[in-house]
Design a protein around this ligand. Structure first.
Ligand code: WTA
Length: 650
């Protein structure tokens, strides 16, 4: 049963609109709505203008080479991402400007100017070279949110090695899969990271992931917590501080082809195996540069804070590459929002004078539940723009964010995009767009989005269907590492020459886009992408489990929560202890963020006559809804019995 908390009525009636505040509009980087029309007429020229604001060692001969579904951007051009994020600002008057303001969870903090960053990146790049890393190699990075994380990414970019960053919450098994797939020879990790007052044992996970056969030959270890001083493996492990100690602070940036791989990042899809999404240099840099500049309205004196973890794409594009390509000051925080108290984020905003804050709806809903007293403790008058990303934002959370964090004066940009898209594709331009809480509003100029029905017809105003992107855009994924077929199959086979996003969306009468969530078997838990198949594989990996089916159930704070239905092998007794054991098993196999909220035992799982698990029915059961059509069900009694047991629990 869904409880009526009083906010529901107001929420359903939320039809307020928010035009750009007068003063914001006056000062905005982009005020002229004609930019949409100009970009539509000549998207290549539109993107090329942004690309030409970057520094190229060699100009491109062709803006776009589009052989669907393969796109090449800025063909023949040569550039280096680390040069664009660091050196050109050192040369162009920003050398003593703060590039990264970092704060650790215990309260330690550090500022890196662009000049500092250049030296650190070069020293570490030289260190990587001394370990034998060469252009074209892959390097796995498994670090907490410490400055060495962006430094190692930029150092890889500098010497032409592709980084593969793995979020610090992933377990040893998940790391191992990703290392095997990328065939990285070097891994960068830390002894630990601080989280909610405790230490996350990264080195221990890393060591476990390297047991047995592994392509990794060298491990660089950042000393963050002092918790693994006795765990260094002779001949394999080297301390970061020892590696960089005698390295010179200069290192020539490798001229990279525009289409050379900049990085790969694993994300969950509809199968049990994560896919390594490949991004290349010229297009990705152009896309993240352009969207950061226009959507966040970046100005010279902004203090920009994206609260994401760099282990996810949001941190790659909007903590590291996008803001630094713009020469902005990017804030980075290591820990949890409630340590030592629930006002930590707002203390950070006040301390550094943040002007822009970009976070996820899950966090906003959590703050909402904690109450206004926490933001009210701090002077947050420096804020002028807010952003949201990662999952649909409900209007109630949007309005709370606008009111209690933004003081009713800051536009809220709801930004829709994916690991695959590389940069934001649907979002307002804050100096132009009238906002509607809950809508990501309009495609970015140069992006042609379309909502299609099953047969590929555009739905038109008022309709709902599948969100697709018609034209190639610079930062789009170039492939899935080592799996060219899956790339075509996953994204380009549904509709001809059109990118399939796997998201449902609705178009309102005024042409605004309302994102409705995934239409595939990907669950979005606290803005983290998790595949139902991955969780199911982790469950059946336990010797007591015969079969498992997972679904996402609507969750007030997290957006979705993972619910697993499990059938147990004969003779195994079911118990609360077994539920705890299975939840822990998933956390060990994948990572704590994939731990199911609920596990239900079922004598049988509902299947179609062809043997497919009917997840829709399980969702209905888990969310306590009346059951939909069950006529294709092989044995309707299965659902009835599930419903009888669990249907009324909520
Ligand atoms: C969802 C995160 C609604 C969507 C950047 C997408 C959103 C998936 C929004 C990608 C938004 C992201 N409104 N839904 N503003 N932003 N999503 O790859 O379902 O971790 O497909 O990239 O998150 O998640 P990913």
């Amino acid at each position: 049963m869904v409880e009526n908390t009083g906010g529901i009525e107001a929420l359903l009636q939320e039809d307020r609109t928010f035009p750009p505040p007068e003063e914001f509009m006056r000062n905005a980087n982009i005020k002229d709505p004609n930019v949409y029309e100009e970009a539509r007429k000549d998207p290549e020229a539109f993107w090329a203008r942004f690309a030409s604001e970057l520094d190229w060692f060699q100009p491109w001969d062709q803006v776009l080479d589009w052989q669907p579904p393969y796109a090449k951007w800025f063909v023949g051009g040569k550039l280096n991402a680390s040069y664009n994020c660091v050196d050109r600002h050192v040369k162009n008057g920003r050398r003593n400007k703060a590039a990264i303001i970092w704060e650790g969870e215990p309260g330690d903090w550090k500022v890196y100017t662009y000049w500092d960053l250049q030296r650190e990146v070069c020293r570490f790049a030289n260190g990587l070279k001394s370990l034998g890393v060469q252009k074209g190699d892959r390097v796995t990075i498994y670090l907490p949110m410490v400055p060495e994380l962006p430094i190692s990414m930029l150092a890889c970019a500098r010497i032409g090695a592709a980084h593969s960053v793995i979020f610090g919450g992933f377990s040893a098994d998940s790391i191992r899969d990703r290392i095997d797939d990328s065939q990285s020879k070097v891994m960068i990790t830390a002894d630990g990271g601080y989280r909610r007052g405790g230490i996350v044992p990264l080195k221990q996970n890393a060591d476990e992931s390297l047991e047995g056969e592994t392509p990794v030959e060298k491990v660089v270890v950042v000393r963050r917590t002092g918790s693994a001083d006795d765990k260094m493996v002779a001949g394999r492990d080297v301390w970061w501080h020892d590696l960089v100690e005698d390295q010179p602070p200069t290192c020539e940036p490798e001229p990279m082809d525009s289409e050379d791989m900049l990085y790969m990042l694993y994300t969950s899809g509809t199968t049990g195996k994560p896919k390594g999404i490949v991004h290349t240099t010229g297009g990705y840099m152009t896309g993240t540069y352009a969207t950061s500049k226009w959507i966040f309205d970046l100005k010279e004196d902004d203090v920009y804070w994206c609260t994401a973890d760099i282990g996810w794409v949001t941190g790659h594009s909007y903590i590291v590459y996008g803001p630094l390509a713009n020469g902005a000051t990017s804030v980075m925080y290591e820990g949890s929002p409630d340590y030592p108290d629930r006002d930590r984020f707002w203390a950070i905003v006040e301390k550094y004078g943040c002007t822009i804050c970009y976070t996820a709806p899950t966090a906003i809903r959590t703050f909402m539940r904690w109450g206004e007293e926490y933001p009210n403790r701090h002077d947050m008058s420096t804020l002028r723009l807010l952003g949201s990303v990662g999952e649909p934002i409900n209007p109630e959370a949007w309005v709370w964010y606008w009111q209690h964090i933004g003081g009713g004066r800051c536009p809220v940009v709801d930004t829709w995009w994916q690991t695959e898209t590389g940069s934001i594709l649907i979002a307002p331009l804050p100096g132009i767009t009238t906002l509607k809480p809950g809508s990501a509003t309009q495609p970015f100029p140069g992006i042609e989005a379309e909502i299609l029905d099953e047969s590929g017809n555009p739905v038109g105003p008022g309709g709902g269907g599948y969100l697709t992107i018609k034209r190639p855009w610079p930062s789009m994924l170039r492939g899935i590492y080592g799996d060219p077929e899956r790339f075509v199959q996953q994204y380009w086979s549904r509709y001809p020459d059109t990118y399939f996003t796997s998201d449902g969306a609705k178009l309102d009468e005024e042409g605004y886009y309302w994102l409705l969530g995934r239409v595939d078997d990907v669950i979005n838990v606290s803005a983290h992408r998790i595949s139902t198949m991955e969780v199911e594989s982790a469950l059946v990996d336990n010797s007591k489990v015969a079969e498992a089916a997972c679904i996402g159930r609507a969750h007030e704070i997290k957006g979705q929560a993972i619910v697993a239905f499990v059938t147990i092998k004969d003779q195994v007794p079911t118990s609360d202890g077994l539920i705890t054991e299975l939840k822990a098993h998933v956390a060990t196999k994948i990572g704590p963020m994939a731990r199911p909220d609920d596990i239900y035992f079922a004598a049988e799982l509902p299947k179609t006559r062809s043997g497919k698990i009917m997840r829709r029915l399980l969702r209905d059961v888990a969310e306590g809804r009346a059951l939909g059509d069950t006529t294709t069900l092989a044995d309707p009694a299965v659902v009835e019995s599930l419903k009888a047991q669990y249907g009324d629990e909520e």
